[in-house]
Design a protein around this ligand. Structure first.
Ligand code: SF4
Ligand code: SF4
Length: 325
């Protein structure tokens, strides 16, 4: 059985659609995604299960959760009803237009129990969002008495060295701070190299023979991330560091059938070696001679199953993770 006995703290993904298409986004969010948002009944179900599993606080993220500020209020209401505390809402500040409209949104968020915004501050986001919006949203939060959790202040001076009225590409940063800047940025940020982040940095990674990659394979322990898991708008549990893999939370709470979630089960118990064996035996997958590590091989297989074979596998959801990269 695939089963979760308890969870401590994690995040709720209200939507995958985003105003930006950041190069470091491990969820592969972008404007291309369908315009779906977590419904009030799904939010109620998720918070009730989380509370039952012992999880009393979560953050809210996306995509950009404040793309639809009216829809987030019902999610906040459902959290309150189920006694789940909202630690913070993540936002990229792209929705900021002016002081009055921002104040109205912040006032509503506060009324519904949200007291902190995590505001993204880094050069990846600055490729899409001019810095003046971040500064103005921080000022608006201060006036509305909403706490700001700046993520990350370390990058403030780098971004502030640019003209804050417009976005700036990573190439501009490399011209100002040196050619190695994009690579150093990944290290400074502590990137989770999955999804689009993996695609961005894969060309800079060293390849190894397939046999060596398989030799390193170990169980991925997808269910062990009890402190930083996510649950998305479709009710799926998203493992701590591996988006694009999922099992419905309500099934995991009572015990999910490994025979239905074979990709997930293979990775959980045997790692990518187990997934290669499954994909070769059942789906005609042919591995390449070299890979940039286990996750490269894992993505090659998952992309093959979703994009090439067009299989509707319940544990490789949402498909947009692969499609909109
Ligand atoms: S990192 Fe955040 S702002 Fe950027 S694409 Fe992903 S969800 Fe959107
Ligand atoms: S091999 Fe796959 S499941 Fe395991 S950590 Fe890498 S991406 Fe995640």
């Amino acid at each position: 059985m695939l089963k979760i006995g308890y969870l401590i703290s994690g995040g709720i993904i209200t939507n995958y659609k985003c105003s930006s298409k950041c190069k470091h986004c491990c969820y592969s969010s972008s404007p291309q995604w369908p315009d779906d948002y977590m419904t009030p009944s799904m939010a109620d179900e998720i918070f009730s299960i989380l509370k039952g599993l012992g999880c009393g606080s979560v953050h809210i993220g996306g995509g950009e959760p404040l793309l639809k500020p009216d829809k987030i209020l019902a999610v906040l209401e459902a959290a309150k009803k189920n006694g789940v505390h909202i630690e913070y809402i993540e936002t990229n500040a792209s929705w900021y237009k002016d002081e009055a409209s921002a104040h109205a949104i912040l006032k509503d968020l506060k009324k519904y129990g949200a007291h902190t915004l995590l505001i993204s501050i880094d050069p990846y986001h600055n490729e899409y969002i001019p810095f003046w919006k971040v500064k103005a949203l921080m000022a608006a939060c201060s006036r509305a008495e909403i706490e700001v959790f700046p993520w990350l202040m370390d990058f403030w001076s780098d971004i502030d060295a640019m003209d804050d009225r417009r976005p700036h590409s990573l190439d501009e940063y490399a011209r100002l701070f040196g050619r190695e800047y994009p690579l150093q940025l990944a290290k400074r940020y502590g990137l989770n190299l999955k999804g689009r982040a993996f695609k961005t940095y894969k060309p800079m990674m060293k390849k190894q023979p397939l046999e060596q990659v398989l030799k390193q394979s170990k169980p991925c322990r997808l269910l062990s991330g009890v402190y930083h898991f996510h649950v998305d708008l479709y009710g799926n549990f998203v493992p701590q560091s591996c988006p694009g893999l999922s099992v419905p939370l309500k099934e995991l709470a009572r015990g999910a059938d490994p025979g239905r979630y074979r990709v997930f089960y293979a990775l959980e118990t045997a790692g990518v070696k187990g997934l290669v064996e499954l994909a070769m035996k059942e789906y005609g997958f042919n591995p390449q001679a070299e890979y940039a590590g286990e996750c490269d091989l894992c993505y090659d297989i998952r992309n093959y199953l979703v994009l090439e074979r067009r299989l509707d596998l319940p544990d490789l959801k949402p498909e947009g993770h692969y499609r909109y990269i």
